[in-house]
Design a protein around this ligand. Structure first.
Ligand SMILES: C[S@@+](CC[C@H](N)C(=O)[O-])C[C@H]1O[C@@H](n2cnc3c(N)ncnc32)[C@H](O)[C@@H]1O
Length: 227
């Protein structure tokens, strides 16, 4: 009988050798250590296509230098990993925030290379509790770091109190936001019916990108700009 774990491990081993890729090696190690449906979903075709669309659009509209980045609702850390392994970008540091404590160890494992280089860290926190000042970010009056250069949230459809979250964001930080019209998912409490509705919900004084990407089950929307 086929031993599936060994089967997939062998294939990923071979691929990481062929591509000399730390990216694939970290995916392989994470899949072996955390064989969860969540990790499979985070790496599926639609999720990956949505992240690659983000990388291409960000590079075309903003350029290569990202500085320090906060990824909010960062889940398993796939977007951080894709940013680190995209040679177009210069990234100083990425912090991935998620309210679910099971996400941090998976994201750390998927970004093991960046953790070793001390350019990736995780925070288990409700992003609605983050307070941005001119030079710092705080949770419950505790300073956790400097205000980031770039703030990414591809989980806007999951935020019940989106308006409170959005209005507390810093005004000079570049924002990349994604949402979708996938209303049938129970966890999607803040879907938008179309791109215009998303733009109305997240008004930007300096909008540099607005677009949509259609899939079989839903359409994803993305905005890049400053609030
Ligand atoms: C299913 S995932 C991500 C889906 C999204 N399409 C993506 O790929 O980025 C949504 C994540 O948002 C997180 N999340 C939801 N509400 C949050 C909050 N208030 N603070 C921090 N993380 C939150 C969830 O724990 C989950 O890991």
């Amino acid at each position: 009988m086929l031993k599936k774990d060994q089967f997939y491990k062998d294939i990923l081993d071979g691929l990481s050798l062929f591509y000399e890729s730390r990216f694939i090696r970290d995916i392989r190690n994470t899949a072996l250590k955390y064989p969860t449906s969540s990790l499979g979903n985070a790496l599926n075709r639609r999720q990956t296509a949505s992240k690659l669309w983000l990388l291409d659009s960000l590079n075309e509209t903003h350029g290569d230098d990202l500085g320090s980045v906060h990824i909010l609702g960062g889940w398993c850390g796939v977007l951080a990993s894709l940013l680190f392994h995209d040679s177009r970008f210069n990234v100083n540091h990425i912090t991935s925030f998620d309210i679910d404590p099971s996400c941090a160890p998976i994201a750390d494992s998927l970004n093991a290379d960046a953790v070793d280089r001390r350019v990736f860290s995780t925070e288990t926190a409700d992003i609605l509790q983050l307070r941005y000042t001119a030079d710092s970010v705080q949770i419950n009056d505790q300073k956790i770091g400097a205000c980031p250069d770039l703030l990414i949230n591809t989980s806007c459809e999951h935020l019940e109190d989106f308006d409170a979250w959005f209005s507390a964001l810093p005004q000079d930080t570049l924002l990349v936001l994604q949402s979708n019209d996938y209303f049938s998912e129970p966890e999607h409490v803040n879907c938008q019916p179309n791109l215009a509705a998303f733009q109305e919900q997240a008004p930007m004084r300096d909008l540099i990108f607005a677009g949509e990407l259609e899939f079989d089950k839903y359409t994803r929307f993305m905005l890049i700009g400053r609030r």
